[in-house]
Design a protein around this ligand. Structure first.
Ligand code: ZN
Length: 220
């Protein structure tokens, strides 16, 4: 399995049986080739997460999995969708996924309600990955650590709209995760951070900072 960071909170996961895109806001990866994408996951309706999801679904036939209200919006705009709620495992050819709570908001550019924001936990090829979406630190993370035991967590660290570095480090403890991939930082001024400070604090907890360069893939 290969993980590629596409900037902001966008990732590609290449599995043996499919290519997954998460929160495909691709301003930092304008030349990304999405032709082989089979599944798209969107954590909430904000435009820096919904990104190009609808366009990619229409071009490829990839299904967008999202919370019911957000999926309905995507379907109305011509995308293939899989509307879900929080809390149940959903099966795919390459593994399974469960949507978990995120403490944030979710609305479209016109202010319309986008359903609950969420994070996703992926069970793929024996590994468990947690993409937190946009969220504050919250005690659900203790539950996620206990029940789902993620190997890798993708956590927002940019502050202002989500957790900052300090709270993301605390989240990594509650999640009991050994590898933390930072996201949702340095895309624009309000979420600028010193990434070396993230690295220092994560290492201090005995964990591995999985800082990824945009466009680079790593085997996981
Ligand atoms: Zn957001």
């Amino acid at each position: 399995m290969k993980l590629t960071y596409l900037g902001h909170s966008a990732f590609e996961i290449q599995t043996q049986n499919g290519k997954i895109l998460i929160d495909p806001f691709l301003v930092n990866s304008p030349n990304y080739n999405y032709s082989e994408v089979t599944d798209i996951f969107v954590t909430h309706a904000h435009s820096d997460h919904l990104g190009n999801a609808i366009e990619i679904s229409k071009a490829t036939g990839a299904k967008i999995t999202a919370i019911f209200e957000l999926a309905n919006y995507c379907a109305r705009h011509g995308a293939k969708t899989n509307g879900i709620g929080l809390g149940a495992w959903i099966d795919y050819s390459w593994g399974r996924v469960i949507a978990v709570p995120a403490f944030h908001s979710s609305s479209f550019d016109n202010g319309a309600y986008g359903g609950s924001p969420c994070g996703f936990i992926f069970d793929i090829e024996g590994k468990t990955l947690y993409h937190a979406g946009d969220t504050a630190l919250n005690s659900e993370m203790k539950v996620i650590g206990e029940i789902y035991q993620p190997d890798i967590a993708m956590l927002p660290i940019g502050g202002t709209y989500t957790m900052d570095i300090e709270n993301a480090v605390k989240a990594s403890e509650w999640l009991n995760v050994s590898v933390v991939i930072p996201m949702h930082y340095n895309t624009f001024e309000a979420i600028n951070v010193d990434i070396n400070e993230f690295e220092r604090q994560i290492r201090e907890k005995g964990k591995m900072p999985g800082i990824m360069k945009i466009g680079c893939e790593s085997n996981i």
